[in-house]
Ligand binder design. Structure first.
Ligand SMILES: [Mn+2]
Length: 249
């Protein structure tokens, strides 16, 4: 029995399946997907449904699920809400919305309810270590809070702001050293980009560790056609083994 984490699959369901095979994921294992399972690639709905159906998988809300939750109708109609332009036209949401409207109204409603019930920040203990799972940012006020229990602006601050982003609107303070009791597992900014921001020269397709802050975003958002070595990074929390699954054309 082992516990795994991965983030930012961005609709690349082939890399998701390949990763599950590589790690030999079984019924007694546990997997946490730390946000942004959807958009960019076309397989986001398939990924969400697989996580939803399997009791030993869970999803943390990322900014893409946040946009989806504020774009689709809670009751399963195809009406669009407040974030739909941001989601569909600027952030690849049409890759998810197109297969989403192929679902039945009941399936759409159930998917919404399940998504709204996911955590924004969740703590998990494995062995002697406690992990804090968050797509990007942290505030102790929102620890172990579900999406449906939080205000829009508070979720926004947790899923959009990042220590690796320099724009004032999305920049987060490097607060992680203040909470040494946790190992933070995050995604949101691809490790290649985060290393650039930090002035680290290696363009390494591997997890980025800075003290107790760990970034697992392997850059699935880039896709297989840009000539960048990128994909999914599955991390086994029990022994810190990382399984990298590059995207293929
Ligand atoms: Mn993100």
């Amino acid at each position: 029995m082992a516990v795994y984490a991965v983030s930012d699959l961005h609709g690349r369901d082939e890399a998701f399946r390949e990763g599950l095979e590589r790690i030999g994921f079984g019924d007694t294992d546990q997997l946490y997907v730390i946000g942004d399972a959807i958009d960019r690639g076309d397989g986001g709905i398939r990924i969400l449904q697989e996580i939803k159906e399997r009791e030993n998988m869970d999803l943390i809300i990322g900014n893409h699920e946040f946009m989806m939750l504020n774009s689709v109708d809670p009751y399963g109609s195809v009406d669009l809400g407040r974030d739909s332009t941001l989601w569909m036209y600027y952030n690849g949401g049409h890759h998810t919305y197109d297969p989403y409207i192929e679902l039945s109204r009941q399936e759409r409603k159930e998917l919404y309810q399940w998504l709204a019930d996911r955590y924004v920040i969740k703590t998990v203990t494995v062995g002697e270590r406690t992990f804090c799972l968050t797509h990007s940012n942290y505030d102790p006020a929102f620890e172990n809070k579900r999406y449906s229990e939080m205000e829009y602006r508070d979720v926004w601050d947790m899923v959009w702001k990042s220590v690796y982003r320099e724009e004032p609107e999305t920049h987060a303070q490097d607060i992680y050293p203040e909470y040494p009791q946790y190992t933070f597992l995050t995604g949101h900014v691809p490790v290649m980009r985060a290393r650039q921001t930090l002035g680290l020269l290696e363009e390494d397709f591997s997890i980025l560790e800075r003290g107790n802050l760990v970034n697992l975003d392997g850059g699935c958002a880039f896709g297989p056609d840009r000539g960048i070595l990128c994909g999914a990074l599955f991390l086994r929390l029990d022994d810190w083994e990382c399984f990298s699954v590059p995207l293929r054309k």
